[in-house]
Design a protein around this ligand. Structure first.
Ligand code: ASP
Length: 326
């Protein structure tokens, strides 16, 4: 029987609401064992031997890179002794935690994050089935070597592709412009493909070697957005900036002036606030601006990749390569 370790981080899946008809007014009170009890251990008989541990009990909006690092180190440790890890987590920043782990946990064993959009106590809660699906996936042997995955609403989505696109519905997660890695129905998993970008076992980044990560901020573009945000980032001694640009990662003329001024002293990555891939030296001249092109990574994931690249002391050209490989 496969040994699966559940790490509880908090979120709606660990929450109860006073009114079963309220899906948004809840308190995060359940520990790992209580999260498992939402499903009932009996449902896992014959599927996996499951142990549970509390890491944090938080709303995921308050998680920081320091929490990610603590979690990643614990995941790396427990994977030495078990066949897979399931992490129960708030959904708001789940895609960030998943991508962080995808880059720095060097194991080919399954690491699957799940959560719920409705508290465990709500009518029609998605908590129990999401827990069942995540544990079944981790124990199946089919999802090894797929990188870190998010399991929500019957889908297994690669950490790199997953995006929360709705604030309340159970189908809030989607692999933007991509497909799901696998799907599960009544405990049966159908695997479709494996991610080709570098992750987990083949990643050059290793959480066990990292104690802190450099500060990287995101600047979100909109019509009339102030350009002095760049000065503020430099005053705060940020090591990097990710721009969520308009359209094809496009910049206003005042932002371009700031980017040209500061790119020699800190890394600046150009992403889009839309979906899809920004191309290098297309509508913006990255060579002249000194920017790295973020491809199809969302700004919040580009920030994480940039933090790892900067922690390794990579040059702008090397960071560009990293963005093409991960
Ligand atoms: N507020 C919750 C969180 O911790 C939302 C959720 O878990 O669905 O992210």
């Amino acid at each position: 029987m496969k040994k699966i370790h559940l790490l509880a981080v908090g979120g709606t899946i660990a929450s109860l609401s006073p009114d079963p008809l309220s899906c948004t007014n809840y308190r995060t009170v359940l520990d790992g064992e209580a999260v498992l009890a939402v499903l009932g251990r009996d449902k896992l008989a014959g599927i996996a031997e499951v142990t549970a541990e509390d890491i944090l009990r938080m709303d995921s909006a308050s998680l920081t890179p320091a929490h990610w690092l603590t979690l990643a180190k614990r995941v790396s440790e427990v994977l030495e002794e078990c066949d897979g890890v399931v992490i129960t987590h708030g959904t708001d920043t789940m895609e960030e935690t998943a991508y962080f782990l995808n880059l720095c946990v060097n194991s080919s064993k399954p690491v699957i994050l799940t959560g719920s959009m409705r508290p465990a106590s709500a009518v029609s809660s998605d908590a129990a089935l999401n827990i069942y699906n995540a544990i079944s996936g981790a124990a199946s042997g089919k999802l090894d070597n797929c990188g870190v995955l998010i399991s929500m609403n019957g889908l297994f989505i690669a950490a790199r592709d997953a995006r929360k696109i709705h604030p309340t519905r159970p189908d809030a997660f989607t692999p933007v412009e991509m497909g799901s890695i696998a799907q599960i129905t009544d405990g049966t998993i159908e695997l479709y493909y494996r991610p080709v970008r570098k992750h987990t076992a083949e990643s050059a980044f290793d959480c066990r070697m990292i104690e802190t990560l450099p500060e990287v901020r995101i600047l979100y573009a909109y019509a009339g957005a102030p350009a002095d945000w760049f000065d503020h980032c430099v005053e705060k001694k940020c090591a990097g900036i990710v721009i969520a640009g308009v359209g094809n990662g496009n910049l206003s003329s005042s932002w371009k002036d700031q980017v040209k001024k500061y790119a020699p002293q800190l890394a600046i990555v150009r992403c889009t606030r839309a979906n899809g891939s920004v191309n290098r030296n297309g509508s913006q001249d990255d060579d002249a601006l000194g920017t790295v092109c973020g491809g199809n990574l969302s700004a919040q994931k580009a920030r994480i990749l940039l933090m790892f690249a900067l922690a390794k002391g990579l040059s702008s050209a090397e960071i560009q390569q990293v963005f093409e490989q991960y």
